[in-house]
Ligand binder design. Structure first.
Ligand SMILES: [Zn+2]
Length: 83
């Protein structure tokens, strides 16, 4: 797999990113507290950078599943994807 640029990896609390959103948009996992995101006390926040939607996750494993499925973002879910 070719290496990809990681445009968000210098942000506070950055954990991981994946181009799983609509049109290859970035979806990024942050440590919620370090990024200053409030997701009901969840340790991790998964953010669709394209649409500004997010959801919380208590474990990094679950956060990665959400990052790849992007099921929390309705705009991405309703967008035809060809990944
Ligand atoms: Zn989205």
């Amino acid at each position: 797999m070719p290496s990809k640029r990681k445009p968000y990896n210098d942000r506070a609390g950055y954990v991981a990113s994946f181009r799983s959103g609509a049109n290859g948009g970035w979806v990024v996992i942050y440590k919620a507290e370090e990024q200053g995101i409030d997701v009901d006390g969840c340790r991790y926040a998964v953010v669709c950078e394209t649409h500004g939607t997010l959801c919380g996750s208590t474990s990094q494993k679950d956060a990665r599943v959400l990052m790849k499925s992007v099921e929390f973002c309705e705009a991405c879910e309703s967008y035809p994807r060809n990944l």
